[in-house]
Design a protein around this ligand. Structure first.
Ligand code: HSE
Length: 437
């Protein structure tokens, strides 16, 4: 069998997982790839005690790996965007195929890297960049290639899903659960990437470009995190028959463009995706031919992510061993690069969703009717309402509302007026609601 030499850059959580999965399952992997995949060179600043690298060439300088003439495929697993970008560009310029798990790199520099790869007659694969072990990239590029994708919605950050699940099941506070997620190794090096939605935005932009055939536009994603979600909102959502999930949503709106948004969302508890808990990820993709499909699995962790990295290695090695031409390989975003459409990315204030509202209201006659009057004046209908009795000795009540679908701007106007009322104290909590039908 033809030998394909792999160079792995980075031997941290994902690098170590990739090294171990490749080594452990090599016989099956080689049978699937129909070639002899060989780890020829590993670049890592320090050893990983979980990996036995005694039989491979090891460099402390990762750039030695991309310069190694023996290496056919460079696997970039160092993370970050500056050094990783340079490393990948060097690899491509040296005529090597690249496999990466780096979502930030693809989301922010993908267009430049794909073009460089195409010019050099090589490929970049990035299955592990989104939703860890779930093969959602190849599903969008290949399995769903027959479809016009209408929308997709995903739980694509395990850390935020873990936090929201713990808040709901155990009534725990946000900060307390985040500390545990960091200790368990789910969170990014800078956990604001998780909790403020940046990690999910990186992943969403990749999914949307594959789904709709458009250039990567990370700077146009509208992004909100979960740091303002309180245990009370998680509990009221449950009482109303909903779950709060941190979703990345991309929707094609005929004649207008694409919605690209990441935010906490109430979804009916009866939806399958509403029951995806803990650190697990899931993506619903609605295609015009197939209808709704759900992809579920581990979105983080050494071996689940390695599963996707190795799948890319197999695909590239198989093509190399079969001497496929670049044209025979699937293009980076699933569409020929000159066929990508520059759709408009729609502003979030024009998005139409239903809303969950929570406010603290003075317990006096007419206070609630002022709220309902403002909503009615804005053409907003109330679908459900909960009012809690004031606690002993208190004069304020919590009022929770679910509205019909309205344009976000309309809701912002109504909320401004509600917050000006004397009977309302503090800000109105507002969370978008989606039925995902
Ligand atoms: N921090 C990420 C998450 C890791 O929590 O999903 C996987 O990208």
């Amino acid at each position: 069998m033809k030998r394909i030499n792999i160079g792995i850059c980075g031997l941290g959580t994902v690098g170590g997982g990739t090294f171990n999965v490749l080594t452990r399952n090599l016989v099956d992997i080689n049978s699937r790839a129909q070639c002899d995949i060989h780890i020829a060179h590993v670049g890592a600043r320090r050893d990983n005690p979980a990996c036995d690298t005694s039989e491979v060439q090891l460099s402390r300088d990762i750039f030695n790996v991309v310069a190694d003439p023996e290496v056919d495929v460079v696997v970039e697993l160092i993370g970050g965007t500056d050094v990783a970008r340079q490393l990948v560009l060097n690899a491509l310029d040296n005529g090597k195929h690249v496999v990466t798990a780096n979502k930030a790199l693809i989301a922010e520099h993908g267009s430049e890297l794909f073009e460089r790869a195409e010019n050099n007659g090589v490929t970049i694969s990035y299955e592990a960049a989104v939703a860890g072990g779930i093969p959602i990239i190849s599903a969008l590029r290949e399995g769903l290639a027959a479809n016009k994708i209408e929308w997709l919605a995903g739980i694509i950050n395990g850390t935020t899903n873990f936090i929201l699940t713990e808040m709901r099941d155990k009534g725990r506070e946000f900060a307390d659960v985040l500390a545990e997620a960091q200790a368990l190794g789910y969170a990014e090096a800078d956990p604001t990437f998780d909790v403020e939605g940046i990690d999910a935005a990186h992943k969403l932009v990749i999914l949307a470009s594959l789904a709709f055939g458009m250039p990567l536009q990370y700077n146009k994603v509208s992004c909100e995190g979960i740091s303002d979600i309180e245990p009370a909102d998680v509990a009221y959502a449950s009482e109303l028959g909903y779950r709060i999930k941190h979703l990345g949503i991309a929707r094609f709106i005929e004649g207008q463009g694409i919605e690209l948004r990441v935010h906490p969302t109430l979804i009916p508890a009866s939806r399958l995706i509403a029951n995806v808990d803990g650190v697990m990820n899931a993506v619903v993709v609605k295609g015009d031919a197939v209808g709704p499909t759900l992809f579920y699995g581990a979105g983080a962790g050494a071996e689940p992510t390695a599963s996707a990295v190795v799948a890319d290695i197999v695909r590239v090695a198989r093509n190399l061993a079969g001497e496929s031409t670049l044209q025979a390989m699937v293009p980076s975003l699933g569409y020929a690069s000159d066929a990508l459409e520059d759709y408009s990315i729609l502003p979030i204030d024009a998005a139409e969703t239903a809303f969950y509202l929570r406010m603290s209201l003075e317990d006096k006659p007419g206070a609630l009717s002022q709220i309902t009057q403002i909503l009615s004046d804005e053409g907003i209908s109330i679908e459900a309402l909960i009012q809690k009795e004031p606690h002993e000795g208190e004069t304020r009540v919590q009022v929770i509302l679910l509205t019909n679908r309205v344009i976000e701007n309309q809701m912002i106007e109504a909320i401004k007026k509600i917050e000006e009322l004397e009977s309302v104290s503090g800000s109105v909590i507002r969370i978008r609601v989606e039925t995902l039908k």
